[in-house]
Design a protein around this ligand. Structure first.
Ligand SMILES: [Zn+2]
Length: 313
């Protein structure tokens, strides 16, 4: 029997589940759609974890879970171990850490999906090239929405789960946001917004921001406008971060980061143009890809196991 960690990344769209050996290797990543809204106690989500756990254990009979890591979307209070609120999924104040510890019968670590993915990116991904700069770094995940993990003086800012919501701070040119505010960054700067705003301007459906970028390359001025507006909006928000928390590096992940230099080169120039005496951050792409959340769950499982081992020598 080989010891393993039981990992779950509960996002707004799907739940990813995996077993990992303590060396960090992920075995058999499973995905299933997240049970949707009207679930204030997350009962359907927790039941789905049981199903996934059963499938994982059946598929890898030689692995024995000795600790679990669970990361969830929404507003999360890591100290208390609760999912405070998820606007997508409808839960409120769900004590995930306690419920999962009881369900799985093993030490269970708990955290915020983007926050712990950011920690994993620093520890296991792009952060490894940053050295001491990693202590002051912003990790931005730009996909359907935009979320951030802010590291200041070596600690991630949590603020009861309210820090890092950079996608929901207003930018010039921002539009009405489903969150209820007006002008949020993610209405212009996210991958989904680039595609949506292109379709709104032209009436043409596109296959995501990737197709808008392709059209921009062929001289489509509407595509160029939507892409450039996203870069401007992102540069505005990054410049705000530079003035407020002074990052030495910004790691860009999520689907939009796949654009590589088509995003990073103009983004670096636009950020530079907005700064004067500020510290100009290095802007680099993330390395962990879509498994970053599971890597974050892995770090939490490892910490839970290590804490439990200390308690019972
Ligand atoms: Zn918003």
């Amino acid at each position: 029997m080989e010891p393993a960690y039981l990992l779950f990344d509960i996002g707004g769209t799907d739940i990813k589940a995996a077993l990992a050996t303590p060396d960090g290797t992920l075995h058999t990543v499973l995905r299933s759609p997240t049970p949707q809204a009207g679930d204030p106690e997350a009962a359907a989500v927790l039941a789905e974890l049981d199903v996934l756990r059963g499938r994982l254990l059946a598929g890898s009979p030689s692995l024995t879970p000795v600790a679990a890591g669970v990361v969830v979307c929404g507003t999360v209070d890591e100290q208390a171990g609760t999912g405070v609120f998820s606007s997508n999924l409808g839960w409120r104040n769900v004590p995930f850490r306690r419920l999962c510890t009881e369900r799985f019968g093993i030490p269970t670590g708990f955290g915020h999906d983007v926050g712990t993915a950011g920690e994993a990116e620093l520890a296991l991904g792009a952060g490894r090239v940053l050295g001491r700069q990693a202590a002051n770094t912003a990790v931005l995940v730009i996909g359907t929405g935009i979320a951030g993990a802010l590291f200041v003086d070596g600690r991630r800012l949590e603020a009861g789960g309210f820090a890092g919501e950079i996608g929901h701070a207003a930018v010039p040119g921002g539009l009405d946001c489903p969150c209820g505010a007006h002008g949020c960054l993610e209405t212009v700067g996210s991958a989904a917004a680039i595609a949506r705003n292109y379709t709104r301007a032209t009436g043409t459906e596109v296959d995501g921001a990737r197709e808008v970028l392709e059209r921009r390359r062929t001289g489509d001025t509407d595509a160029a406008h939507c892409w450039d507006a996203a870069v401007e909006a992102l540069s505005f928000s990054i410049a705000q971060l530079c003035a407020s928390v002074g990052p030495e590096a910004v790691i860009v992940g999520g689907g939009l980061a796949q654009a590589g230099d088509d995003l990073l080169v103009p983004l670096r120039a636009a950020v530079d143009a907005r700064l004067s005496f500020h510290r100009t951050p290095r802007i680099i792409t993330a390395e962990l890809g879509q498994d970053a959340g599971l890597r974050g769950a892995y770090l939490r499982a490892e910490a839970a196991r290590s804490a439990a081992t200390k308690e019972t020598p």
